[in-house]
Design a binder for this molecule. Structure first.
Ligand SMILES: Cc1cc2nc3c(=O)[nH]c(=O)nc-3n(C[C@H](O)[C@H](O)[C@H](O)COP(=O)(O)O)c2cc1C
Length: 326
C-alpha cells in the first residue's frame, strides 16, 4: 500500500485560510500571458496565468478575470481580446502588466492585431480572439474567446509555479532517453567545463532550496527577507520587482511577517526588517554557509582558490560572441 511520505505543507478549508488555498493552487505550474483589448478609453492589459485551451473545433480558449481588476469594466464590454504568451525573457513585461501602472502600454513595445487588440512584441505566441461568451465564476468572470488569428514564434516560454517565475527544462529522466539529448550530452562532452558549471548550478540550487525549507522558510518568504536585508525600506511593489516575485505572494508574505513581527512598517507603504527579521535572515545565511562548508570540506584551499579565480574570470567575460564584439 502507498504511504504518504511527503511532508504536509498546507491543509484545510479554503474559506478559513485563503492564502494556503492560493499556495495550493500555485502548485499547478502554468505559463504567463498578457491579455489585451483595444478598450473604449484606450488599450487595457492584464497579466494572467488562468489561460487555458478549450476546444480545437471551433477554436476556443478561456481565461478568468478578477472582479477587482481596474480593467474589469473594459473587458466586460469588449468584443475582442488578444492573448499574448510570454517568453522566458519577458518577466519585466509580466510585472508591468501586473502592476497598478496607469500607462502599462508605454512599458512594452506592441502593435495592433487583426481585431484591433494590442499584440505584445516578441511574445512567444498570440491568439487574437472574438469574445464568444462570459460566465460568472465567483469573484472572477470566465472569458471564452474564439481564435480568429494566431502566430507562434521560436523561443522558450516563461513559467510560473509556486508564486515564482521560472523557465522550463526537460525532465532529466526523460531527457536521458531522448536521442537529441544524448547527442547534446555528447556535444557537451566536448565542452567539459561548461557542462560542469551547468551541473553545479543545478546542484547548488537544489541544495539551497532544501536548506531553506529545513530552516522553515518558503522560497518566497526567504526571498522577501533577503530583499529587505541590508536595503533601505521598500514598498511591496519595489520588493516584487527587485526579487522577481509575484506581487500577491509578496503581499501575503509581508502580512505573515508583519504578524510574526519579523517585518515592520517604515512610514507610508514601505517595509523594513525588524530585529527578529534580521536574526531570521542571518539564520538562513548560516544554513547556506553551513551547506557551502559541508560541500567544500574536503577540497584543498589551493583548489578552491583556483576554482574561484576561474569562475570569477568566466563571469567577468561578456556574453557576446567574439565575432559581435566591438
Ligand atoms: C503571474 C500572474 C498571473 C496572474 N493571473 C491573473 C489572472 O489569471 N486573472 C486575473 O484577474 N489577475 C491575474 N493576475 C493579477 C493581475 O495581473 C493584476 O491584478 C493586475 O494588476 C490587473 O491589472 P488592472 O488592475 O490594471 O486591470 C496575475 C498576476 C501575475 C503576476
Amino acid at each position: 500500500m502507498e504511504v504518504q511520505t511527503r511532508p504536509l505543507a498546507d491543509v484545510g478549508d479554503p474559506a478559513l485560510d485563503p492564502k494556503a488555498f492560493r499556495r495550493a493552487l500555485g502548485s499547478f505550474p502554468t505559463g504567463v500571458t498578457i491579455i489585451t483589448s483595444a478598450g473604449n478609453g484606450g488599450p487595457v492589459g492584464v497579466t494572467a496565468n488562468s489561460f487555458s485551451s478549450v476546444s480545437l473545433d471551433p477554436p476556443l480558449v478561456l481565461w478568468s478575470l478578477s472582479h477587482g481588476s481596474r480593467s474589469y469594466q473594459a473587458f466586460k464590454e469588449c468584443e475582442h481580446f488578444a492573448i499574448n504568451v510570454l517568453t522566458e525573457d519577458q518577466v519585466d513585461v509580466s510585472q508591468a502588466f501586473a502592476s497598478a501602472s496607469e500607462d502599462k502600454f508605454s512599458l512594452a513595445a506592441w502593435r495592433k492585431g487583426q481585431t484591433g487588440s494590442p499584440l505584445i512584441d516578441n511574445a512567444l505566441a498570440y491568439f487574437d480572439c472574438v469574445c464568444e461568451a462570459r460566465y460568472e465564476g465567483g469573484d472572477h468572470t470566465i472569458m471564452i474567446g474564439r481564435v480568429v488569428d494566431f502566430a507562434r514564434y521560436e523561443g522558450a516560454p516563461l513559467a510560473f509555479s509556486q508564486g515564482r517565475y521560472g523557465v522550463t527544462v526537460d525532465h532529466p529522466d526523460l531527457a536521458a532517453k531522448d536521442p537529441s539529448e544524448k547527442q547534446e550530452r555528447a556535444d557537451f562532452a566536448e565542452f567539459p567545463l561548461l557542462s560542469l558549471i551547468a551541473k553545479a548550478h543545478y546542484k547548488v540550487d537544489d541544495g539551497l532550496e532544501e536548506r531553506r525549507a529545513a530552516a522553515g522558510f518558503s522560497p518566497v518568504g526567504s526571498k522577501v527577507l533577503a530583499g529587505l536585508y541590508n536595503s533601505p525600506p521598500l514598498s511591496a511593489e519595489e520588493l516584487s520587482r527587485r526579487m522577481y516575485l509575484d506581487r500577491r505572494e509578496v503581499d501575503d508574505s509581508l502580512s505573515e511577517f508583519l504578524t510574526s513581527g519579523d517585518v515592520e512598517r517604515s512610514g507610508g507603504d514601505r517595509y523594513e526588517l525588524s530585529e527578529s527579521g534580521r536574526i531570521r535572515r542571518r539564520l538562513i545565511i548560516d544554513y547556506l554557509s553551513k551547506y557551502q562548508s559541508e560541500q567544500l570540506a574536503d577540497i584543498s584551499s589551493t583548489d578552491l582558490a583556483i576554482a574561484r579565480r576561474v569562475l570569477e574570470r568566466f563571469l567577468a567575460k561578456t556574453d557576446k560572441p567574439s565575432s559581435l564584439q566591438e
